[in-house]
Ligand binder design. Structure first.
Ligand SMILES: Cc1cc2nc3c(=O)[nH]c(=O)nc-3n(C[C@H](O)[C@H](O)[C@H](O)COP(=O)(O)O)c2cc1C
Length: 233
């Protein structure tokens, strides 16, 4: 079983997305799965030029020579693909978008109408991995994840609003059950099992209105103190 993890936060190991990814990896590591994690910001990935060379001139091969030369074969060979991203402007980061855009080489030019009634391109011969979307955001609501969830509709969703709670002990305590659910999901996927609905529900954190109010208040106090510190130099 191969698990390939990408963290599309520029804060890499210092960020909250990485905490969730490492928690998933902790669970998966209890099995014999082969796991690799990469920080997208460290990778040399050019944006797609829209030249369609990978369709018409050199089928399946992009004109760019960069890190996607080894990443694409790894994606094509993985069983589980874990995509971690903070929400920036209600969307996934451009680091993740850049990576996804370049998987265009996996598609073939023909079009067909799928069972879902929508038009698709057939994929080139490869393993179709289970995809896990791991997203964090700063607001305490779950609405900032709407677009990301729609982009990766068939993925397993792991979402944490007000992810800054992970930076203090009290917050981590409040999220203990969520973190445990991520560990369990990591282990289950690494064992080739499906994640049951009951566990899926625990993987998307929803706060009570009271909790949201507390997050906003704590944030505003921190924000005022930071402004005062800056004013004093
Ligand atoms: C440029 C930028 C845009 C952001 N946009 C949003 C947003 O639209 N909604 C939101 O809830 N949080 C937003 N955030 C907050 C991040 O999603 C949040 O801090 C996240 O946990 C960061 O993940 P990381 O610690 O892994 O880097 C934004 C942060 C930055 C830097």
């Amino acid at each position: 079983m191969k698990i390939l993890v990408f963290n599309a936060s520029p804060r890499k190991e210092r960020g909250t997305t990485n905490i969730l990814l490492d928690t998933f990896i902790e669970g998966a590591s209890e099995t014999k799965a082969e796991i690799a994690k990469h920080h997208v910001v460290d990778l040399d990935i050019n944006g797609c030029r829209g030249c369609f060379t990978c369709w018409w001139k050199t089928p399946g091969k992009c004109v760019h020579r960069d890190d996607m030369d080894w990443i694409l074969p790894e994606i094509a060979d993985t069983d589980v693909l874990v995509l971690g991203t903070p929400i920036y402007g209600n969307n996934v980061t451009h680091y993740l978008q850049k990576l996804i855009e370049r998987t265009f080489t996996f598609t073939m030019p023909e079009m067909y109408k799928g069972e879902d009634g929508e038009t698709h391109h057939p994929g080139r011969q490869r393993k179709i991995p289970k995809v896990v979307l791991v997203a964090t955001c700063g607001f305490p609501d779950s609405t900032p994840f709407r677009l990301a969830k729609a982009l990766f509709q068939s993925a397993l969703h792991i979402t944490l609003p007000a992810a800054q709670l992970l930076f203090n002990e009290e917050g981590r305590g409040q999220l203990a059950e969520f973190l445990e659910a991520i560990r369990t999901a990591g282990k289950m996927l690494a064992n080739g099992q499906d994640v049951p609905d009951q566990l899926r529900e625990k993987l998307c954190v929803e706060y009570s209105e009271e909790m949201k109010k507390q997050v906003v208040e704590a944030h505003n106090i921190y924000s005022t103190q930071s402004s005062l510190r800056n004013e004093r130099g």
